[in-house]
Design a protein around this ligand. Sequence first.
Ligand SMILES: [Zn+2]
Length: 125
Amino acid sequence: MDDLPRDPFADDPDDPAEALGGFDDGEPLLTPAERDEAITDLADVEVFRSLLEPRGVRGLVLDCPECGEQHYFDWELLRGNLRQMIDKGQPQVHEPAFQPDPANYVTWEYARGYVDGVIDAEERH
Ligand SMILES: [Zn+2]
């Protein structure tokens, strides 16, 4: 167990993996590169959520690679999916939010641009 990378959220008291009882013994299905990408995405999602949720944004709308439609994911679902990919090596669950109001969701690009704008504004102070 000592060769596992350090959990970037090990100090997060809300870590949902704690409640799930840790790792099971399945073989990871993700490549290390995919896992790294999921870790980066999870960090982005946490930043997006911290800035956008107070403004009434409930999650992200993402293009689904399986069916080509857009699906709506709330923050908890995004976080849970990414945690599952990182902790268990399982790909994203095909489970969009139930009856979402599209007005409450933004694209990844919008969220990225919004966060970059906030960071720019803070750096000008
Ligand atoms: Zn789909």
